[in-house]
Ligand binder design. Structure first.
Ligand code: HAM
Length: 412
């Protein structure tokens, strides 16, 4: 039997799991301080949700979805992203009937069949947030600020915020036409993938990593020159509010995102600590998605970050390893009942405690205690039971003491 996990997935074990717990706990605290509420949606959804939401011509929908059929004959996918799912959940639960902006965040696994690379997995984990129903440009700036300050809070290094506007349906149509015209004239310089993208989705050519394509794109028209008045004003206001939030950013007119739902603001936060897959966080505004999914005409903006990539970009040195407060060693079979009584007393005070039930020698118990990172070891044998005391060894100072059981529990 194969014991390796499927390609593109990995097991996360201690001590690495400490970093994951830290990243998740800080996310709960950080997002709550901006009044985002957590939402959990199913890991699989009907295929139509992403075909409609993310877009039929995107790489995600065309090539990367894990599609399966269940016994009922219906077709599902493991979710490749969560923005469409959150929008669906709010439509289904009539949340849009309630007035005012809706602010949600989520943490969970996503699935994309992608080529393996450092920082790129087939099951990866995102932390994301979405604001629905707030068209104010300060909301765009706030979302970018929440993402940036969160990444700083968890010690991500070498961060660069990049922003762009991808316009609305109106201005993008004119731009797409001009871009396609320019690229068609220079088709011979494009890689095969981009030749295929030319008629399907020319915007995607802007972030092709092929050197010839990059050089050609540098001479192509840029979307910022084609923005309609409304999109231009919105983008200028977003920049104004980013300054108020004290977020430094770079303008990247070639920044386009791999999902079709974006309108106006698009952004990514990259880390210089990573290789080719250097985007730790990506997001933008999506003003037509909810309507596209047959919900009301409600705008949205949000981002998602990849936990695996964030961890690669983090300084994790200050994250403390798990410590075991008390390790109780039974030297005889009789000591087990006594150990259980003491362990329950210890846990009442919120200390962690593990019992080694099987009678063992002190030497081998100490070896295990060190491996478990135990701070104190309690040794229980016949003498301790008879005298109603506990023998304690402090593993940090080496100090040993014998103390009456009641006094021990009282001093906790
Ligand atoms: P995305 O850019 O596709 O956007 O993904 C967001 C982040 O997820 C990326 O910046 C990256 O850190 C991580 N990520 C994506 N694919 C992989 C992978 N194969 N392996 C590891 N990490 C990966 C979205 O998913 C949008 N739903 C974000 C959004 C929310 N836009 C608005 N609201």
């Amino acid at each position: 039997m194969e014991t390796k996990p499927p390609r593109g997935t990995k097991d996360i074990l201690p001590p690495e799991i400490r970093i994951w717990q830290f990243v998740e706990q800080e996310a709960h605290k950080h997002f709550k301080s901006y009044n985002f509420k957590e939402i959990r949606t199913p890991i699989f959804e009907y295929i139509e949700l992403f075909q409609r939401g993310v877009g039929e011509t995107t790489e995600i929908v065309m090539k990367q979805m894990y599609v399966f059929t269940d016994n009922s004959g219906r077709t599902y996918v493991l979710r490749p992203e969560n923005t469409a799912s959150v929008a669906r959940a709010l439509i289904d639960n009539d949340i849009f009937q309630i007035a005012g902006p809706k602010r949600y965040y989520y943490i969970g696994p996503m699935f994309r069949y992608e080529k393996m690379q450092k920082g790129r997995y087939r099951q990866f984990h995102q932390i994301g947030l979405e604001i629905f129903g707030d068209e104010h440009p300060a909301a765009d700036a706030e979302v970018i600020a929440v993402g940036y300050t969160y990444l700083k809070r968890i010690n991500c290094k070498n961060l660069i915020v990049e922003i762009n506007s991808v316009g609305c349906r109106k201005c993008r149509t004119t731009y797409n036409y001009e871009l396609e015209l320019f690229l068609s004239k220079n088709k011979d310089y494009l890689c095969q993938d981009c030749k295929d993208r030319l008629t399907r989705n020319p915007l995607r050519i802007l972030d092709c990593k092929n050197e010839n394509c990059i050089n050609l794109v540098k001479q192509a028209p840029i979307i910022l020159d084609y923005l309609c008045k409304e999109c231009k004003v919105h983008f200028n206001d977003v920049k104004f509010y980013l300054d108020r939030y004290k977020i430094s950013y770079e303008l990247n007119p070639y920044l386009v995102r791999g999902l079709d739902y974006y309108t106006k603001t698009a952004f990514e936060i990259k880390s210089g600590e990573l290789g080719a897959q250097n985007a730790v966080l990506g997001g933008g505004r999506y003003d037509s998605l909810v309507k596209e999914l047959e919900g009301p005409d409600v705008c949205g903006i949000g981002f998602a970050l990849g936990i695996e990539r964030v961890i690669l970009a983090m300084d994790t040195s200050s994250i403390k390893e798990d410590v075991l407060d008390y390790y109780i060693v039974c030297l005889t079979e009789d000591a087990v009942m006594y150990a259980i009584e003491i362990s329950e007393g210890i846990r009442k005070y919120n200390y962690s405690c593990e019992i080694a039930y099987k009678p063992t020698s002190i030497r081998s118990a100490m070896r295990i205690a060190n491996k478990l990172n135990a701070e104190k070891v309690i040794i229980l044998g016949s003498d301790e039971i008879t005298n109603n005391v506990v023998s304690i060894k402090n593993m940090i100072t080496g100090e040993q003491s014998i103390i009456h059981k009641n006094d021990f529990l009282k001093q906790l």
